[in-house]
Design a protein around this ligand. Structure first.
Ligand SMILES: Cc1cc2nc3c(=O)[nH]c(=O)nc-3n(C[C@H](O)[C@H](O)[C@H](O)COP(=O)(O)OP(=O)(O)OC[C@H]3O[C@@H](n4cnc5c(N)ncnc54)[C@H](O)[C@@H]3O)c2cc1C
Length: 432
């Protein structure tokens, strides 16, 4: 099936929702698609929580605005896996191939967590920090489970607060960044609402021990996680726990942008003042352009949506606010930059590519991503290097040399392409 829209927005997180609303309110027919069953992205997924804060109020406001707009077609459980031609995306929804034709495209594909391999990280019970939060939002019970939250980034406190409210016993939050960096960060956000947000999370986790300059070095257990060994660089100690929530900040989802040929710089999609990428009619908003949090994603989404709709003057009015918010992205990057010592986390037999079971001893003897891939199948499994590729980017400073379709696993039928009638329909649209 081929569906045609003025604007297609890929990703229904805050950036995509803001972009879709802004464009539709300026007369465009918009498709907003996401691989999740409902809009909201990483931060707004799941049911309403008991805690009423700025994040939940923003969620209600934006989801209401989205639902009010009849010009937006929301396609849920719909995942773009390839570029099918000029102005045409290939996606899969309910196991069926769907092709989406667009005049303008807005990429709002968000970010994922960075996982670093250490001994025991593949044991059942070891989750990503945001990953565990997402599973709890989807119904995983954690009441009375002992949890250690570790890694890096502002997400750790948010996750600890959420898990505690879900009934978990959070033993500690361990942040690899030092106190001096955290205090400088706190001072730099002091005049803004972000400090109140951070203080709110700390207040909700006030009975939980927070350690800076602290990271996990090994997870232990025979069949599942039983304990984790933590380090502060000087000494190590072991904490018994049922669950370890561990993520080392975020990495942008840029695979679709790369497939479209958009220019990237230092791993992020390059955009101009109006969120236009290096490819004509392709815009990008939110985490793929820089990890800057909810407010920046919303601001970039509004600029992208308005610019794609041709409302240039309206887009420009949002630019100063967006630019102010961008300085926060730079502060996040500096504060939560990973310490070089974390490069020594994997031991010889630590699995690095968990899809293809490739250990550190094997992968680390190669000099680059391409050779390692060809010789070991590292990064060639179902996740297509999303996990090990980002880890090796930090551990060995390797960068992936190309992105190939499909960017997500799909059925052979979807991959095979349109059937004859669909191809005829596609040709007819092209002729018109
Ligand atoms: C796991 C995780 C949990 C987080 N939890 C919090 C939190 O609790 N509090 C907080 O303040 N911040 C949290 N963040 C950070 C937060 O997501 C950002 O600050 C910001 O809200 C990102 O908005 P976005 O719209 O740019 O991206 P996202 O919210 O990530 O939205 C992008 C969407 O695009 C979809 N997508 C990507 N590629 C495709 C494709 N090819 N086809 C279809 N759909 C696609 C994704 O599934 C996702 O739903 C979290 C981040 C992550 C990665």
């Amino acid at each position: 099936m081929t569906r045609s829209f003025d604007i297609v927005v890929v990703g229904a997180g805050p950036a995509g929702i803001a972009a879709a609303c802004a464009a539709a309110e300026h007369g465009q027919r918009v498709a907003l698609l996401d691989d999740n069953p409902a809009p909201g992205g990483q931060i707004w997924r799941g049911p309403r929580t008991a805690h009423r804060d700025a994040v939940s109020r923003a969620k209600e406001r934006w989801l209401h605005r989205l639902q009010q707009n009849a010009a937006i077609t929301s396609l849920h459980g719909c995942r773009v896996f390839d570029v099918a031609g000029d102005g045409l995306l290939a996606a899969e929804q309910n196991g069926q191939r769907v092709e989406l034709r667009y005049s303008k495209l807005i990429l709002a594909t968000g970010a994922r967590e960075l996982f670093l391999p250490f001994p025991g990280w593949t044991l059942p019970g070891v989750y990503g920090a945001g990953g565990l939060q997402a599973m709890v939002k989807a119904g995983l019970p954690v009441r009375d489970q002992h949890v250690v939250v570790s890694g890096s980034g502002p997400l750790l406190l948010a996750v600890a607060a959420y898990l505690r409210e879900a009934g978990a016993r959070v033993a500690a939050v361990c942040e690899q960044a030092s106190w001096s960096r955290l205090l400088r960060f706190g001072a730099s956000i002091a005049p803004t609402s972000r400090l109140w947000q951070a203080a709110g999370y700390r207040w909700r986790t006030r009975s939980i021990s927070f350690r800076a300059s602290c990271w996990p070095v090994a997870a232990h257990g025979s069949k599942k996680l039983e304990a984790v060994t933590l380090s502060n660089g000087v000494r190590q100690w072991t904490v018994t726990c049922d669950l370890l929530a561990c993520g080392f900040h975020l990495v942008p989802n840029t695979e679709l942008a790369s497939l479209l040929g958009c220019a990237l710089q230092q791993g992020f999609v390059t955009v101009d003042a109006l969120q236009q990428t290096s490819i004509a009619n392709v815009f990008c908003a939110g985490e793929p352009t820089g990890i800057g949090g909810l407010e920046l994603s919303l601001a970039e989404g509004e600029v992208a949506g308005l610019a794609a709709a041709g409302a240039i003057h309206a887009a420009q009015t949002h630019v100063p606010r967006r630019d102010r918010l961008r300085s926060f992205a730079a502060q996040l990057a500096t504060t939560f930059a990973l310490r070089p010592k974390l490069r020594s986390l994997p031991e010889a037999d630590t699995i690095v590519c968990r899809c293809e079971d490739v250990p550190w001893r094997t992968v680390s003897q190669y000099t680059g991503w391409r050779t390692a891939k060809l010789q070991t199948r590292c990064g060639m499994g179902p996740c297509q290097g999303r996990i090990c590729g980002s880890a090796l980017n930090f551990l060995l400073e390797w960068t992936p040399d190309s992105v190939r379709p499909p960017i997500f696993p799909v059925s052979i039928a979807s991959l095979a392409g349109p059937t004859a009638p669909a191809q005829a329909e596609r040709s007819a649209i092209q002729e018109n």
